[in-house]
Design a protein around this ligand. Structure first.
Ligand SMILES: Cc1ncc(COP(=O)(O)O)c(C=O)c1O
Length: 412
């Protein structure tokens, strides 16, 4: 167990009551799939759809002007939270998936056959398939950096794969299966040394790691609001201002233009250039409320709290003979495991009978499953609201699975 001062982790542990979705005495250990929502976020959305509701950016009446102000304040809140240089670097999208597709379809237009994109072996399908679609359109090549034995991106091997034709490196900050945290600053440095850009999929990092995007050195960063205790259907693409300014629009429509005639259209500067149509107004307001909520606790405290929970879970599960744990020792809030002779879906079903919710499956990482040599894993993932009681319930549930399947027994 790490030496986390009690004062750091007590605050998050006492937060269960803030989350109506946690009522009913269940141990929710599927936060990597989607996080439960604090009442503060639900209230902010209700108000935005209720007494505050109006469109943004268009209305000349007061309610719309006020909503526009709140919407743009929310952008500034997100910008501050992630350490962007300016709110104009924050593009609202539907989620991380849409953010990566935006980059592939807009920035990707400058790539030609022979150019290369470098990803890693642990990427989510949303950081693989958009590049394959781009490859099919342009003829770019995709390289895949291998993992270390304990399931991190092998940074030295990644560096060895960089070439002057590598135009983009695109990697997960935190793996949604193994929980390892990538050394983004090192990878950014190496990518830039060959003239490549770095896109970071921050879906699992944004809720778990304090972000300072200017210090990290990435060029693009994507995240999903629903994993950060905010609503579904809203996320962020962050890009360096000059980079976004150099990119063509990817969708056309209202709100992204300066002038339109039948002959020619000129486009608004970023971020509006990439936000065609009426935006997800209430999603943006809800996301800002989620940011306010986690900032009220502090990302350092959340990270320390999850580190303690994952360490406790590793210790408890490693005592059970038939359990294999995947991923690095210091995984961030996420722990994948297998039980010899038991399909992960059976683990998930039996744990559910004990009120413990985990995820079982390929986690949208089929190539990683192939690397691990398994069809699927069971995954417990923690959030700021989990506590050591949830860990104990997980361990007890797994012991029950091993008894049912006749693989019970503990290691010394
Ligand atoms: C690492 C990672 N990247 C991308 C995604 C895709 O996120 P979304 O479905 O919210 O777009 C996920 C979701 O599970 C993820 O864990």
């Amino acid at each position: 167990m790490n030496a986390v001062p009690a004062s750091l982790h007590m605050a998050p542990a006492s937060r269960k009551a803030d989350f109506p979705g946690l009522a009913g005495n269940w141990a929710y250990l599927d936060t990597a799939a989607t996080a439960q929502k604090p009442q503060a976020v639900i209230d902010a959305i209700t108000k935005a759809y209720g007494v505050d509701y109006a469109t943004v950016h268009r209305g000349v009446y007061e309610r719309s002007a006020t909503m526009t102000m709140r919407f743009e304040e929310a952008r500034a809140t997100v910008a501050r939270f992630i350490g962007a240089a300016s709110p104009d670097e924050v593009v609202f999208v539907r989620g991380a998936t849409e953010g990566i597709n935006l980059v592939a379809q807009s920035w990707g237009q400058r790539l030609v056959a022979g150019d290369r994109i470098l990803i890693s072996a642990l990427e989510h399908h949303s950081n693989i398939v958009p590049w394959q679609l781009l490859r099919d359109r342009t003829g770019v090549a995709i390289d895949v950096a291998p993992l270390t034995a304990d399931g991190r991106i092998d940074e030295a091997a990644l560096e060895a794969l960089l070439t002057p034709r590598t135009k983009l490196v695109s990697i997960a900050h935190v793996s949604n299966v193994l929980g390892g945290v990538a050394d983004v600053a090192r990878i950014a440095h190496a990518a830039h040394a060959v003239g490549a850009l770095l896109l970071v999929d921050g879906c699992q990092a944004a809720p778990r790691v304090a972000l300072d995007l200017q210090a990290l050195g990435a060029d693009f960063y994507v995240l999903s609001g629903h994993k950060l205790y905010g609503p579904t259907g809203i996320g962020v693409l962050w890009g360096r201002a000059e980079l976004l300014a150099s990119m063509p629009p990817w969708q056309g429509g209202g709100a992204m233009i300066e002038t339109v005639t039948f002959e020619r259209t000129t486009y608004a500067p970023p971020p509006q250039r990439f936000e065609a149509g009426t935006p997800h107004i209430t999603g943006v307001i809800g996301l800002a409320a989620a940011v306010d909520y986690v900032e009220g606790i502090g990302m350092a405290a959340i990270a320390a709290h999850e580190a303690e929970l994952v360490a406790a879970a590793r210790e408890a599960l490693s005592r059970i003979n038939s359990v294999t744990l995947f991923g690095p020792q210091d995984s961030a809030g996420i722990l994948s495991f297998a039980i010899e002779g038991v399909h992960p879906h059976d683990i998930g079903t039996i744990l559910d009978e004990s009120g413990v919710a985990i995820r079982a499956g390929h986690h949208c990482c089929q190539p990683l499953m192939a690397q691990l040599g398994v069809p699927a894993t069971a995954r417990a993932s923690f959030g700021l609201y989990n506590d050591l009681d949830d860990v104990a319930r997980l361990a007890a549930g797994i012991e029950r699975v091993t008894r049912i399947f006749g693989t019970a027994g503990t290691r010394a």
